[in-house]
Design a protein around this ligand. Structure first.
Ligand code: BEZ
Ligand code: FE
Length: 285
């Protein structure tokens, strides 16, 4: 019969999912949940509060907002999974976030994403290489927020494709495109996640960043973010996305010959970053 000693094994034994990995995931989850409840001697009132938090999360979730992803982000689980998935020698991964779209347009290397919009004119350039330094022809999926700190999904005045594109590097791995500096911004804080972050005395702000997914044949793709060393929120990112290797310096270029060679106004900001991709593991039979 079920008692305090037997209940965890009894419950685990009821879940045979016919797939070793699924069993491992579900059985371990049950054991950790039960272990947690035992360790903290969970009360009815506390468990009801936890379920009410999740209920409020579901009520804050809609087509354009997923409060459960935010829970994963602010508890550092998204970043933990990113770090575990980061391959040796490759650029470390960082959070995908909710603003990636699958259908951004492919643009030519050197493209001008900035157009006439407000913001600090910025040239983003670099190379994609293998972990051992060989140049790779790669596809870079890129997105960022605008000078008002908003992504197109949050701002009906922006075109759907504003400040996002897919871009193929040259054969030597080099890429360059023109954009504006992104801005720090706050994750949505009007739901239960905002309450939790505030109660903890944390900030909802994220440091400014470029988002990229970098892909090349025969290599593991890297989903990551590029941060800037002047940013006041680097140490307190609400979603724990900052890694040492992802922080770069923003150079201010005041030389007009350099500006016109780059097709930039003078002065402009220059961000340089090289990506490294690890080889795909050979298929196992
Ligand atoms: C973002 O980088 O855009 C983001 C990441 C996590 C939560 C909210 C926004
Ligand atoms: Fe973002």
């Amino acid at each position: 019969m079920i008692d305090l000693n037997s209940i965890t094994d009894e419950v685990v034994g009821e879940y045979d999912l016919k797939d070793d990995r699924a069993n491992q995931l579900v059985h371990t989850l049950i054991r950790y949940l039960h272990g947690y409840a035992r360790e903290v001697q969970l009360t009815h009132a506390e468990w009801r509060a936890a379920l009410s938090f999740l209920t409020r999360a579901s009520q804050s979730t809609n087509e354009s907002r997923n409060e459960f992803s935010l829970i994963s982000d602010v508890l550092g689980v998204s970043s933990l999974v990113d770090l575990m998935a980061s391959a040796e020698g490759a650029t470390p991964g960082s959070v995908l976030g909710p603003f990636h779209v699958h259908d951004s347009k492919e643009q030519a290397n050197g493209f001008d994403l900035r157009g006439e919009q407000a913001g600090t004119p910025t040239l983003f350039r670099g190379r994609v290489m293998s972990a051992s330094g060989q140049p790779l022809q790669a596809l870079i999926d890129f997105w960022q927020n605008a000078d008002n700190a908003l992504y197109p999904q949050m701002d009906s005045t922006q075109d759907y494709h504003n400040l996002r594109c897919k871009l193929r590097t040259d054969a030597d791995g080099t890429f360059a495109f023109r954009t504006v500096l992104p801005q720090p911004y706050g994750i949505p804080e009007d739901g239960p996640v905002g309450d939790l972050v505030r109660q903890a005395g944390r900030t909802c702000m994220r440091p400014a960043h470029f988002h990229t997914i970098v892909m090349a044949d025969g290599h593991l793709p890297v989903t990551t973010e590029i941060f800037f060393d002047h940013d006041p929120y680097l140490e307190t990112d609400a979603v724990f996305g900052v890694r040492e290797k992802l922080i770069t310096h923003v150079h201010t270029v005041t030389d007009s010959a350099q500006a016109s060679a780059a097709g930039m106004p003078c002065p402009f900001s220059l961000v340089e970053f090289d990506f490294h991709l690890a080889p795909q593991a050979p298929a196992t039979r």
